[in-house]
Design a protein around this ligand. Structure first.
Ligand SMILES: Cc1cc2nc3c(=O)[nH]c(=O)nc-3n(C[C@H](O)[C@H](O)[C@H](O)COP(=O)(O)O)c2cc1C
Length: 204
């Protein structure tokens, strides 16, 4: 077995190791609004749910290559809210396009051809084309690591979830209709096309 001390790795090698070991990762397509009213979109696959009552999600925003903050972080620091939009197969291309480093004054909804819809409880808009939107308020920003290879962990409370009617299966979302995409290492993605079931063993 190879043994790797992550502290010996540079930023790129650390990224490649963890992104190819922890997978498939769900994608939070995060919409935010800045102080100047400019709308922003960006994808984050270091993302998960970390609480149910209250419902909480978190995601990790690395610093830019030049050590500066990404627009998503700057906007969340300002508005203290954001929306997580789930990415299905039809949204994949626009999501990838939005992950280009656009200047802060560019409206990324316009740039990638998506429709902003006013949220009900937060200032950040949601993405009309996304099948599931989660309106979130900021709980906490945790600083992670030193500048250049560091970043921030955003903890948010989900205050309202929007689900397209046709995906709802009584008490949950029908994954075969949702068709979410997952992120693998490098530039690879996956579809959910091979599902199996295992009953949980209960010991009486
Ligand atoms: C599928 C995908 C997943 C990504 N995951 C992350 C992530 O977890 N953390 C991160 O900092 N950047 C991630 N990125 C890169 C950001 O989306 C990218 O830096 C984006 O330009 C940030 O935009 P902003 O400056 O508008 O916030 C990811 C990109 C893609 C396409």
């Amino acid at each position: 077995m190879m043994k790797i001390n992550p502290r010996d790795l540079n930023r790129r090698d650390s990224h490649e190791l963890f992104m190819s070991a922890i997978l498939p990762r769900p994608i939070a397509f995060v919409s935010t609004v800045g102080e100047d009213g400019v709308l922003n979109l960006a994808a984050f696959s270091c993302f998960t749910v970390v609480g149910l009552n209250p419902a909480q999600v978190c995601f990790y925003i690395g610093l830019k290559r030049d050590g500066g903050k990404k627009d998503t972080l700057i906007n969340i620091e300002f508005s203290r809210d954001f929306v997580v939009n789930i990415v299905d197969e039809p949204l994949a291309k626009a999501m990838n396009q939005a992950s280009a480093e656009y200047p802060s004054d560019v409206d990324e909804f316009k740039e990638v051809g998506l429709t902003p819809v006013k949220s009900e409880l937060v200032r950040a808009p949601r993405v009309a084309e996304s099948p599931v939107n989660m309106e979130c308020t900021l709980k906490e920003i945790l600083e992670s690591g030193a500048a250049a290879s560091g970043g921030h962990i955003i903890m948010g409370e989900v205050v309202l979830v929007h689900v397209k009617d046709e995906l709802w299966a009584g008490d949950q979302i029908d994954v075969s209709k949702l068709k979410p995409i997952g992120r693998l290492g490098g530039d690879l993605y996956c579809r959910i096309t091979d599902i199996f079931e295992m009953e949980r063993p209960y010991i009486l």
